[in-house]
Design a protein around this ligand. Structure first.
Ligand SMILES: N[C@@H](CCC(=O)N[C@@H](CS)C(=O)NCC(=O)O)C(=O)O
Length: 223
């Protein structure tokens, strides 16, 4: 567990998820922001398999992670937490009004225009794939997601990041896109696949990923 003595920030994250979900749990977004800023943090690890025995449930209205605490500030929703933190960084959230407005627009787009379509596909192809109608609807869900991704790729075009410089919006967008890698959907959009790879190549992402992976219980046999 990451617990630097000088950390006033605490994230609640899972200590176990299935292997396919590792790297994709949304506390990674917050860890990535904090690593970009060089801000230390502690992690409260929560095992949802033994949730009832844990006296510290995530302080999150939907029982999910991540949750966040800094002094008397208690937050939930990964996007809100990332934006709250990015306020402290001129790089992650530019001060100039026009650039700031674009970064905020893209941050919300990641969570509100791209992630819902990703979730729809994940529901019918993964989480709820055995439910009635899921298999029938899956091709339509994938088609709708692909249409949205094509628009995103066109907007990104040949730029390195969503706007002139790397911002918190890229953290959110790259992390949303990475959840599509395993399905092969991301590879169908080479512009976006390359963009996600640029995000992953950042040392701060690598540190955040390593920290999340190190916090997971090694395997199911340990319980
Ligand atoms: N919109 C929320 C979504 C949080 C979320 O879906 N968390 C997942 C892990 S990445 C979770 O806790 N899933 C378990 C559950 O929904 O019970 C956010 O961005 O923080």
């Amino acid at each position: 567990m990451t617990s630097p003595l000088d950390a006033s920030i605490e994230i609640t994250a899972y200590s176990w998820v299935p292997p396919f979900a590792r790297g994709l749990v949304r506390d990674l977004r917050i860890r990535w922001v904090l690593e970009e800023m060089g801000t230390p943090y502690a992690v409260h690890l929560f095992d949802r398999r033994t949730a009832e025995a844990d006296t510290r449930q995530p302080d999150q209205p939907f029982g999910q992670v991540p949750a966040f605490r800094e002094g008397d500030v208690a937050m939930f929703e990964s996007g809100a937490i990332c934006l709250y933190l990015a306020e402290r960084s001129d790089a992650l959230l530019p001060r100039a009004p026009a650039a700031r407005a674009r970064a905020l627009s893209w941050a919300v787009a990641a969570l509100n225009s791209i992630e819902p379509w990703v979730l729809m596909v994940q529901c019918v192809t993964l989480f709820d794939r055995d439910k009635p109608g899921a298999a029938d609807f899956a091709p339509t869900a994938v088609e709708r997601l692909n249409a949205r991704l094509a628009q995103l790729a066109a907007a990104l075009d040949d730029r390195e990041w969503l706007e002139d410089s790397f911002t918190v919006a890229d953290i959110l967008m790259v992390h949303v896109l990475l959840s599509l890698r395993r399905s092969g959907i991301l590879a169908g959009h080479p512009t976006l696949a390359a963009y996600a790879e640029r995000g992953e190549a950042r040392p701060a992402y690598q540190r955040a990923l390593a920290a999340q992976m190190a916090d997971f219980i090694a395997d199911e046999a340990t319980l």
